[in-house]
Write a protein that binds this ligand. Structure first.
Ligand SMILES: [Zn+2]
Length: 266
């Protein structure tokens, strides 16, 4: 079981060659909550579950960044503290209830504490994402390709989720189409588009940093049990690295083009 980690850096940037034109993001890399929050009143076991972070994604992001030699930005705080993949005005930014359990440290919450978490965790993380995307764009002299990495639970409310890996998106299909084709071609791998959730989420990380700016992007979701141990992480890093390399090598992809969001006008 992953133990609860407690330092409070809001993000970690993995070094890589900015000229490569590719950026990896991991919004839900860790279950860290600063000690002062006393685990938000939850049992330690809650921090081993998906409600606290995306199981396997920190390892997969590190492995891919290293294999590809590209920069990555990872959050260093649990989504239970504040969810980096939600807009500042999203009502689920700080979850009062998660997967049926009340989060005592989040309910009730003062306006001052809400602001504190925005300023201490959420905004610095997004600042690091912006800065890294900008740095890669400047160094490569073209629109970067942004790949966001997440994981999902093998079942939800008793219903199994059959896919091994999926791609979530709003309306910019440029990186998504070739990615889905490549994933579908892996023997024994079941993939899907916009499963187990719809990728059109107003104010989320892809909306904010890519949809609004016309940067090509895709959000990859891996089923947690596929990357639940070092062998699984290594297997998926080995599969994804050449796919992302081929995707990133397509010069036509590296252009700015703003697509209308399915969530409404920008
Ligand atoms: Zn996630």
């Amino acid at each position: 079981m992953k133990t609860l980690q407690t330092d409070d850096n809001p993000f970690e940037i993995l070094d890589g060659d900015a000229r490569c034109g590719l950026v990896l993001l991991a919004d839900h890399a860790t279950n860290r909550v600063p000690p002062a929050y006393d685990r938000l009143g939850l049992p330690e076991t809650a921090f081993a579950r998906h409600i606290a972070y995306d199981i396997g994604i920190e390892g997969l992001t590190r492995a891919l960044a290293e294999r590809l030699g590209v920069p990555a930005v990872m959050s260093r705080f649990s989504r239970l503290l504040i969810d980096p993949n939600r807009g500042e005005d999203d009502p689920t930014l700080i979850m009062r209830i998660s997967d049926g359990a009340i989060v005592p440290g989040n309910h009730p919450i003062t306006e001052a504490e809400w602001q504190h978490r925005l300023e201490t965790y959420h905004r610095p993380y997004h600042g690091a994402v912006s800065e890294t995307i900008g740095r890669v764009a400047a160094a490569s002299g073209r629109a970067p390709l942004v790949i966001s990495l997440h994981s999902f639970t093998p079942s939800w409310k008793g219903v199994p989720r059959p896919w091994h890996i999926t791609v979530l998106w709003d309306s910019d299909h440029r990186a998504v189409d070739p990615l889905l084709s490549e994933l579908a071609a892996i023997p024994g791998v079941l993939t899907a588009s916009n499963e187990p959730y719809d990728g059109a989420l107003r104010g989320d990380t892809m909306f904010r940093h890519c949809m609004k700016t016309g940067i090509p992007h895709a959000l990859i979701e891996v089923r947690q049990d596929e990357i639940g141990d070092a062998a699984g992480i290594a297997r998926w890093a080995e599969r994804l690295a050449p796919i992302l390399t081929r995707l990133n090598a397509d010069e036509a992809l590296h252009t700015y083009q703003i697509f209308p969001s399915r969530t409404g006008p920008y």
